[in-house]
Ligand binder design. Structure first.
Ligand code: S3P
Length: 191
């Protein structure tokens, strides 16, 4: 069955600006980002994937061989390159990208940063299945991961917009992000 035609969303002043998604591991930056890009008719990029392609190594390989710094510096280089392209990307950042003050500064004013926020209680049951590919989760206690979550959240809250993620799945999560962005660019609801 053909999918229903959706009306374009007017993003006003954000029309030219990349939208970058930040938030903790497992919150859905990539899945929501992909859907958001489709809905906003924008190109989508996943920063983790770009770093993996650039360095030719997986994230566990990099971290486990002591190359986290190389991973982090490559993230910054690629974010800068993406911003220089001046394309209206939807960028799914890595969980640590927005924790870096230099990267936050670089993004400020050049991208619209949306924080996908989820409470620890809602998030942590989903983290187990991520352990294998997330070196920062493997071999750590829940208490360690919770402290990382709390520290990181302070940085994420510096984003241009924070959206509470519903617990109910990716469709609802994407909807919540779309309505929060739409309300932000068009606060009085005029179309
Ligand atoms: C990281 C999060 C991961 C990935 C890497 C480090 C972090 O991205 O960049 O494992 O420091 O929080 P996701 O948030 O996309 O899992």
């Amino acid at each position: 069955m053909a999918s229903p035609v959706q009306t374009p969303i007017d993003l006003g002043l954000l029309a030219e600006r990349p939208i970058a998604l930040c938030g903790f591991m497992g919150v859905g930056k990539s899945t929501v980002g992909m859907r958001l890009a489709r809905r906003f008719e924008r190109p989508f990029v996943d920063l983790d994937q770009l770093v993996i392609e650039r360095l030719g190594r997986s994230i566990p390989e990099l971290f486990n061989r002591g190359d986290e710094n190389l991973f982090r510096s490559t993230e910054i280089v690629i974010v800068n390159e993406l911003l220089d392209e001046q394309l209206p990307y939807v960028i799914s950042l890595g969980g640590g990208t927005y924790d870096n003050a230099d990267t936050r500064k670089m993004l400020r004013g050049r991208a619209f940063v949306v924080h996908l926020d989820q409470s620890w209680e809602a998030l942590y049951p989903a983290l187990n299945r991520l352990r294998e590919n997330r070196p920062l989760l493997s071999g750590r206690t829940n208490d360690d991961i919770k402290s990382l979550y709390e520290r990181r959240r302070e940085s994420y809250l510096l984003a241009d917009l924070t959206v509470s993620m519903p617990r109910s799945g990716v469709v609802q999560a994407t909807r919540a992000v779309i309505s929060a962005i739409s309300a932000h660019v068009n606060p009085i609801g005029i179309n």
